[in-house]
Design a protein around this ligand. Structure first.
Ligand SMILES: O=C[C@H](O)[C@@H](O)CC(=O)C(=O)O
Ligand SMILES: [Zn+2]
Length: 275
């Protein structure tokens, strides 16, 4: 498991592009046949990818750094099917996921196994510390809270699906959803915002190989871009904006952990406050 330390906003200006990627970009989470994990000291989130191959399930192990008997001893987990779907078995109970379905796994689950049910099975993993146990629950895309936002005229028309939120399945910290941009719309999270109470991670998906999303981070007055390809993730510390524009439309998973679970308490910024 890779360890990423926390970054003070004043340090951002000192980082060149390669160092910026080393700190914040999650670039190699989806390795065929493997589970890959990154431990961020921003709200102690663990981000990862699990790519089981047909006939070769992957069991989630507790990395040594956790000093835990099993991965979910002190943690909760969300697994998002970012590929064609697949199955996840939690302590003997098997859940089948289709594309954009989410499985919440509560603290205390001892065995989590990822299984391919066809080609392109891939799961994005996000975990936060948890001090109590909530039931493991499947949240299919069709059961997510859905809202339409943005506008065609400003190229940010999109559907926000909220899978894990404070009015739905109980979690300790995790708040998670998927946003899908409509064809012709390219800007996500516009107008932008921060939320100093929570770290947020974006995992870009449904982005054709020849396209990129330019993702912006940093304090509003001093933005830094990061070029994102399909299934790249990016860590946004609580002080950072997080928005981007693609060379085409795309989707992304967003997941937060921290002080509270209120989606609506973001500090909104006007476009004129940027840069
Ligand atoms: O804090 C909330 C997250 O940044 C996302 O929900 C924003 C988002 O998906 C969007 O507006 O496109
Ligand atoms: Zn946000």
């Amino acid at each position: 498991m890779q360890i990423r330390h926390a970054t003070h906003p004043d340090d951002l200006a000192l980082l060149d592009s390669a160092e910026l990627k080393d700190r914040f970009l999650l670039g190699d989470l989806f390795v065929p046949g493997e589970a890959s994990l990154v431990y961020s000291h921003h709200d102690r989130m663990i981000l990862g990818g699990a790519v089981p191959l047909e006939g070769a399930p992957i069991t989630l192990e507790a990395p040594d750094d956790l000093r835990a008997e099993y991965f979910l001893e002190r943690r909760e987990l969300a697994a998002v099917a970012v590929g064609a779907g697949g199955a996840i078995t939690v302590d003997g109970t098997r859940f089948e996921l289709a594309n954009k379905d989410v499985l919440y796994v509560g603290r205390g689950a001892r065995e989590v196994v990822f299984e391919a049910t066809g080609p392109d099975s891939a799961f994005f993993l996000a975990s936060a510390t948890s001090h109590t146990s909530f039931p493991t629950t499947l949240v299919p895309l069709a059961e997510a809270l859905t809202s339409e936002t943005g506008d065609k005229a400003t190229a940010n028309e999109r559907t926000v699906y909220k899978h894990l939120h404070d009015e739905g399945v109980r979690t300790s910290q995790l708040v998670l959803g998927i946003t899908a941009l409509k064809p012709g719309s390219v800007w996500n999270s516009m107008p932008p915002h921060t939320h100093d109470r929570r770290t947020e991670v974006y995992l870009y998906m449904d982005l054709p190989e020849e396209h990129r999303v330019q993702h912006f981070m940093g304090e509003p007055s001093d933005l830094r871009p990061l070029a994102m390809k399909n299934r790249d993730g990016v860590i946004s510390p609580s002080w950072s904006v997080h928005f981007g524009a693609g060379s085409t439309n795309y989707s992304f998973v967003w997941v937060m952990a921290g002080e509270n679970q209120s989606f609506a308490d973001m500090d909104q910024l006007a476009v004129t406050q940027l840069g």
